[in-house]
Design a protein around this ligand. Structure first.
Ligand SMILES: [Zn+2]
Length: 333
């Protein structure tokens, strides 16, 4: 029987994000002796069986090219040849595809360390930031209007969203700082400087998407690409570490929480958690993500985003996600 991750209720996903999934084997750091690594084509990999054993999944199944790792509160699926995996039906884009070797499905150790581990057990992230402030960045502004949608401009939707997220976060006890509160232009460098000027903060950049095709729709969330990996769009790897790479684990955990809440609460199309090297992400030394809240060029989604009740629901989802992220990584105020 094929296990269908769509039947996992939201509460279970949130349990994981809250770091309540205490693994029996997880007594501390993932010791090197627990991992048997393979060098394949100059890259380091771990096997499906090793992952199943290390995290003590109760069920591990091979179904053709698919691998299913199952725990009462978590289902992860891989597919040989695919560059995405699913955790509780949320889509994650890997830095490298899952490959096959001697009947085993192999995951790169970069994706193990930079994606699977912080997503599956966020409470093990080392020295997470203790934040009480959220820097909220409304994308674009003034002459930079961003995407032009079926009903309006990205810059206006992004600013409205930022103000709504601020209100929701304040109601949940956070301090907030907006990079802009009006229709003004800021360089990307200015946005980075505002974030880096805060001590105990995380950074969330808010955007809406566009496409010439008009059929593209859904939500996607970006975290900085790890050192030496391609972006999801295929841009070449950067060999030198970036400011933002000091927060790789927190970046992906924050992206997971925000993306999962948005997908579940809004029932939007899931375009996945992606990797990029956007200026705002690479320059910031705090946990940072860039959220694309839907396509304003899509005839239906564009109208939905124009509706302020919908933007309010997105804002509430983001605020709920930030509360969950703080709990999940065990950060204290
Ligand atoms: Zn934008």
């Amino acid at each position: 029987m094929r296990f269908d991750a769509r039947h996992i209720p939201l509460q279970r996903l949130l349990l994981i994000l809250a770091g309540l999934w205490i693994l029996a084997s997880a007594t501390g750091e993932a010791a090197a002796k627990d991992w048997n690594t393979y060098n394949i084509g100059g890259r380091s990999y771990v096997s499906d069986e090793n992952v199943a054993k290390f995290y003590q999944f109760q069920r591990f199944a091979k179904e053709g090219n698919d691998r299913i790792f199952q725990h009462p509160s978590l289902v992860m699926t891989w597919r040989v040849g695919s560059q995405s995996i699913y955790v509780n039906n949320i889509k994650f884009n890997l830095s490298f595809p899952v490959i096959e070797n001697g009947g085993k499905a192999m995951l790169s150790t970069v994706d193990l360390a930079k994606l699977v581990d912080p997503v599956v057990r966020p409470s093990y992230i080392k020295k997470p930031i203790n934040f009480d402030t959220v820097v909220i960045d409304a994308g674009h502004g003034a002459h930079d209007s961003g995407a032009k949608g079926v009903m309006g401009y990205e810059k206006n939707y992004a600013l409205d969203m930022a103000l709504r997220v601020e209100k929701e976060l304040k109601a949940r006890g956070f301090k907030t700082l907006l990079t802009r509160r009006t229709d003004v232009f800021l360089t990307l460098g200015q946005r980075v400087a505002i974030a880096n000027g805060q001590r105990n903060a995380i950074f969330v950049s808010l955007h809406f998407n566009s496409s010439g095709s008009r059929t593209a729709e859904g939500i996607e969330t970006y975290a900085l690409a790890p050192q030496g990996t391609r972006s999801t769009d295929g841009s070449s790897p950067w060999s030198s570490p970036l400011n933002g790479n000091t927060r790789d684990a927190e970046n992906i955990a924050l992206a997971t929480s925000v993306h999962a809440h948005a997908i579940h609460e809004l029932k939007s199309v899931d375009r996945g958690i992606k990797r990029a090297r956007f200026n705002v992400l690479r320059g910031i030394n705090k946990p940072a993500i860039l959220f694309e809240g839907g396509f304003i060029t899509h005839p239906t989604e564009g109208k939905l985003i124009h509706d302020e009740a919908h933007r309010q629901r997105i804002a509430e989802a983001i605020a709920n996600a930030i509360v969950k992220f703080r709990t999940a990584v065990g950060s204290k105020r």
